[in-house]
Design a protein around this ligand. Sequence first.
Ligand SMILES: [Ca+2]
Length: 150
Amino acid sequence: MGSYTCSGLQQCWINHAIVTSVNYPYKYASISRCRWHIHTEPATYVSLTFLDFDIPTVGNCNDDRLRIYDGGTSLNTPLLGRFCNSKPPPGDIDASFNEMYITFNTDDNIEGRGFQAEYHARTFKLKDKEQSNNGKQYCWVLTQHFVTRA
Ligand SMILES: [Ca+2]
């Protein structure tokens, strides 16, 4: 017992921070379960960029795996991706809104440097045309669907 090196959930409440695996840049621990829940301010979305990534695996991200979810910690939050050296993260990984949930699980064999990533709160930006239409500011325009009565 007690071999899980990341106990509990790390809550990140600031708009810009660096997230690293434990012991980075030295080898991460085996048999660990690490979780980070990122919250940025309302009306922003979380954008994550990897600065370094080394999660060696034998299988296809089955033994050690970094998973990134589009939202909070609930079970039905959509998975944005599951990554390891055979499937490294692409450029920036963006959440839809101001929450992102990251989990990193390792097994008892083969460790790497892990990862170092930086996240920012980015603001939603309307297209120039929408922003400057007659000099007025527009909010999000929802498409209205009209049902024609028979
Ligand atoms: Ca491993």
